[in-house]
Design a protein around this ligand. Structure first.
Ligand SMILES: Cc1cc2nc3c(=O)[nH]c(=O)nc-3n(C[C@H](O)[C@H](O)[C@H](O)COP(=O)(O)O)c2cc1C
Length: 206
């Protein structure tokens, strides 16, 4: 089993990475593989609603969004991590995930996920809520922990001092491992995926 994580910071080894890495180490201890996908520091295009999505994902192919989608198809669970910018997730992770989910949300259905938000001081729970919205609309079981999934620090050197934050990361990993093993056991016992109704689609026009 493999968990695909997304580092929504341009800092490859910063606070967000430190939090995700703590989750990864705990997953490995549970016998589960992981990969941290780096959005990086290059420009990330936002979704322009062109509705030209392809089987590979987004019609715009000059950044790494479709590379992430290809990996997501093979993954069993996800962790999206972001630094807090002005009390919201980084603009780059929102641009990235809007295109991932608008083009490929079915790739994520029934796969567990958790969000992580890191900050120097404030805005973590609001950012955490925003990332969780992608899961709610995509039929993804949300994995919880012993606090909301936040780590505090201006950078990676401060993040390692947030002992409860790192403990929260390890607990989300333990809970995700447990959920993945339960899903696997259910699959082996013949529990089918739930049926999905999609006939009704009513826009708010009145
Ligand atoms: C543009 C910008 C806005 C920020 N806004 C906030 C904020 O609203 N609240 C906060 O506590 N920290 C804020 N920070 C600090 C970062 O969240 C913090 O340094 C974080 O640890 C960076 O994570 P990273 O190393 O993974 O990039 C901001 C940083 C930047 C660059």
């Amino acid at each position: 089993m493999k968990v695909l994580m997304l580092n929504g910071s341009s800092h490859i080894n910063g606070t967000t990475f430190t939090a995700l890495n703590e989750i990864g180490k705990a997953l490995n201890n549970e016998g589960i593989d992981y990969e941290i996908f780096q959005i990086g520091a290059d420009a990330v295009r936002d979704c322009i609603g062109c509705n030209q999505c392809t089987p590979d994902g987004c019609a715009y192919t000059k950044d790494n969004v479709n590379e992430f989608i290809a990996k997501a198809k093979e993954a069993d669970a996800f962790v999206f991590g972001t630094p807090v910018y002005y009390a919201h997730p980084s603009g780059r992770i929102l641009s990235f995930l809007d295109r991932v989910f608008y083009s490929s949300s079915k790739t994520f259905a029934f796969k567990p996920a958790a969000s992580v938000a890191v900050a120097r001081r404030g805005g973590t729970v609001a950012s955490f809520d925003v990332l969780n919205k992608y899961y709610g609309i995509s039929q993804m079981p949300v994995v919880s922990s012993t606090y909301w999934n936040n780590v505090y620090g201006r950078n990676e050197n401060e993040a390692v001092m947030d002992l409860e934050g790192l403990q929260t990361m390890r607990n989300v990993a333990h809970n995700m491992a447990w959920m993945l093993k339960c899903i696997e056991a259910g699959k082996n016992a013949g529990v089918a995926l739930p049926a999905t109704e999609r006939e009704a689609k009513t826009n708010f026009i009145k």
